[in-house]
Design a binder for this molecule. Sequence first.
Ligand code: FMN
Length: 191
Amino acid sequence: MTSIAVIVGSTREGSFNRALGELAAGRLESRGANVTRVDLAAFDLPLYSAALEANAFPPDALKLKALFAAQDGLLFVSPEYNGSLSPLLKNAIDWASRPTGDESLVALTAYRGKPAAIMSASISPFGGLRGLMHLRQILSTIQMLVIPEQVVVPNAHAAFAEDGSLKEALPASLVEMTAGRLIAVAKALTA
Ligand SMILES: Cc1cc2nc3c(=O)[nH]c(=O)nc-3n(C[C@H](O)[C@H](O)[C@H](O)COP(=O)(O)O)c2cc1C
């Protein structure tokens, strides 16, 4: 079974990105994926610093890295903060990119060669598009294969129906397309 982790870059109560992540997780599951929902609030991740790392690698950073490493693919759902991804998500990505044990500096065992998909929900009419451009570049830098499909949900405060679905057909169809491609690529790469 294809394993996908859904990582949401907001821990805010009522987060629109969590709502989008939950919707996407459901669509991945309906296609047969084994989905792990990653709530970053459940991980005690200090702000990355090389000094901290040299002193003691935080146990929860190791835990997060192992969780990522065990997946066939990763789906990142991030708010846009000042035109970029959230610092919460960037910090998590950075910790899990670090070598541990005997790994080389560029081992990137949590990420290398795996498919990634990206999504964003924003209260703005642009739907977090600028943040996704940064996120795509970062994930490519850590040698993930970022699929071309992506999802932006503009006017997120008015975008979701009571049942968690998206009211507009276009972003809803993008979620379907993105979920489908992520699983297809993950399957092809693990075949
Ligand atoms: C520091 C900060 C910067 C923000 N910058 C942007 C931005 O550049 N573009 C945007 O669309 N929304 C921006 N927002 C608004 C967020 O998109 C909005 O708060 C969104 O609801 C956050 O996602 P969440 O609902 O998943 O927590 C910003 C919010 C904060 C706190």
